[in-house]
Design a protein around this ligand. Sequence first.
Ligand code: NAD
Length: 380
Amino acid sequence: MSFVIAVPKETAQGEKRVATVPEVVQKLTKSGHEVRIEHDAGTSAYYPDDLFTAAGAKIASSRTDLLNGARIVLRVQPPTVAEVDQLAEGTIVIGFMNAARNPETVIRMRDRKITAFALELVPRITRAQGMDALSSQATAGGYMAAILGAANSPKFLPMLTTAAGTIRPATVLILGAGVAGLMAIATAKRLGAVVEAYDVRRAAGEQVRSLGARFLELEINAEGQGGYARELTPEEKEKEQQMVSAAVARADIVITTASIPGRKAPLLITRETVATMRPGAVIVDLAAESGGNCELTQPGKTAREYDVTILGPLNLPAQVPFHASQMYAKNLQSFLALLFDKDGALVREFSDEILAASLLVHAGEVHHGPTRELLEGGKS
Ligand SMILES: NC(=O)c1ccc[n+]([C@@H]2O[C@H](COP(=O)([O-])OP(=O)(O)OC[C@H]3O[C@@H](n4cnc5c(N)ncnc54)[C@H](O)[C@@H]3O)[C@@H](O)[C@H]2O)c1
């Protein structure tokens, strides 16, 4: 059986990624599906229309042409309410949904009987690794954070021995050594910096050391459910801040990635700590979107205080759109495979553990418990 799979051009501000790439289109068309790409959808990620055409896709010149008869829609960002209104009942939409931040979209998808799968809800089990878009995009974000830190620093990162003298390597500190943090460590190491890192999960220590960085130990282990961190107690927070402050003061670049799922990001760098930093030091706060790890972070902006540059970038993966899109497209390709049975028909039930966990809305109902509770709290 074959289906029409549609890929719209992303409309969110600053979004340069696209949900599929020619290599994946080729696989989907080989399996008999018709893939439609909205005109210019991949242009800002450097996948022009003609590459998609060569891979077997059809280019749709308008949204109406794109969606007419489409069974599945692949996206990066959640649709807006107006975009949901363009979809026929029963359409399957797959992408990041950020339900807590987009309740109106969720309500509209529910009311229009759209089936929506949220990639951020894919469980982080071994079988789902190929579909783990949170990880692939955190990899892109961590890489860019190190690059931005280096580009905004007035110093070289590597040690240099030149006729004009010897230059000491810069010190880069990474706070939060999850997926993004580990990629930032690896990138800063490759640029030649001396790298230190800290995470509340002691298990992260081994991974940090295997990348050649120094792990800062604190006698706290806040490993919570599913490999994520739990929130610290007030005493633990105080101890953490003391140790973190000393490390921050000796760093040239600090990259912060600490977050706890569903919570405001923990505050790790206070104004007082920033005041102790070296002139020219840089903070790249990857947690800017969820409140920031630094007290002085302004989401989406660059702040300059006490001679320290504080970057609060939003959507860093969109700044490496070519490879971020490629990885994301492969995540979607793996996810799509779960939706078809061996005869190529759409599965009738979403009983597979991964599908069940990531099903946000289906047949007029919100399936994700926390989102349902949130909406019921708002009496929608
Ligand atoms: N398929 C899989 O099995 C799979 C895939 C991806 C990630 N994971 C695991 O999930 C975990 C984290 O993933 P993530 O990067 O998405 O996490 P995340 O983005 O939620 O958090 C980033 C990091 O911040 C850390 N953190 C939280 N509070 C902190 C604090 N107060 N101080 C310092 N650090 C703090 C967390 O421990 C985490 O490492 C890791 O254990 C990772 O190995 C597993």
